[in-house]
Design a protein around this ligand. Structure first.
Ligand code: PEP
Length: 251
């Protein structure tokens, strides 16, 4: 089963309009001929309208970093799924560890968001990963398996094919300390096995599973050399257009 490499930027809470314009002015021409790779930029809400217009008819897709599960109404400060599709979002990151930790998102809430995103035609990038204590206590598989099972509860096989999973060990995010490609691949294999247990091997074999955590142009190729690592979710190194373009190039 051939899985097309997937390289996604998570800009987090970074970039003004001018900074984003400067990025795309250089980045879009630089990657316009990149073949056999899905490129996604998940930007802050304030930039999505602008980037949606810029990415139209390009090989770069737009993603949000979160959404709420309600359709509309009295939810001050929240963003609904239709608001995202309306302005050209294809993807939405759900369950990022920063959302889970800083904003107390539960497994159940992540599952609810995954269901609603799919109902509205958005493709979730579902993040899972263990913290340092869990890793040191040998609880990585247990944690990740629990998060995967919870996130995909009541999602059927046809729908799960529209999802991407990102394995992001929390201790590797923004620390400069990446998981070794061997370790990342082993956890990703266990995630694929979890998906095979829920669905079946044939389905699990089609789902892209990314690694995230201090990915840089210098280490992307060694990660992608492993069969089960289908791409990367990139924070810090995605903020610089040259680095992110190099990442796409070196994948
Ligand atoms: C992330 O936040 O999804 C991430 C992987 O960040 P970084 O690349 O900076 O470690």
């Amino acid at each position: 089963m051939v899985r097309i490499p997937f390289i996604a930027a998570n800009w987090k809470m970074n970039k003004t309009v001018d900074q984003a314009m400067n990025f795309t002015e250089h980045f879009l021409p630089e990657v316009k001929d990149a073949a056999d790779v899905d490129i996604v930029i998940c930007a802050p809400y304030t930039l999505l309208v602008l980037l949606g217009a810029q990415f139209k008819d390009t090989n770069v897709d737009l993603g949000a970093q979160n959404m709420y599960w309600e359709e509309k109404g009295a939810y001050t400060g929240e963003i609904a799924p239709d608001m995202l599709t309306d302005i050209g979002c294809t993807y939405v990151i759900l369950g990022h560890s920063e959302r889970r930790t800083l904003f107390h998102e539960s497994d159940e809430e992540v599952n609810c968001k995954v269901q609603v995103a799919l109902q509205h035609g958005l493709k979730p990038i579902v993040c899972v990963g263990e913290d340092l204590t869990e890793r040191e206590e040998g609880k990585t598989s247990e944690k990740v398996s629990r998060q995967v099972r919870a996130a995909f509860k009541d999602i059927d096989a046809k729908e799960v094919l529209n999802c991407v999973v990102a394995y992001e060990p929390i201790w590797a995010i923004g620390t400069g300390k990446s998981a070794s490609p061997q370790d990342a691949n082993a956890v990703i294999q266990s995630i694929r096995q979890n998906l095979a247990d829920i669905y079946e091997h044939e389905i699990a074999g089609q789902i892209r599973i990314l690694y995230g955590g201090s990915v840089k142009p210098e280490n992307i190729a060694s990660l992608m050399a492993f069969e089960d690592i289908d791409g990367a979710l990139v924070g810090g190194a995605s903020l610089d257009w040259e680095k992110f373009a190099a990442l796409v190039e070196n994948k």
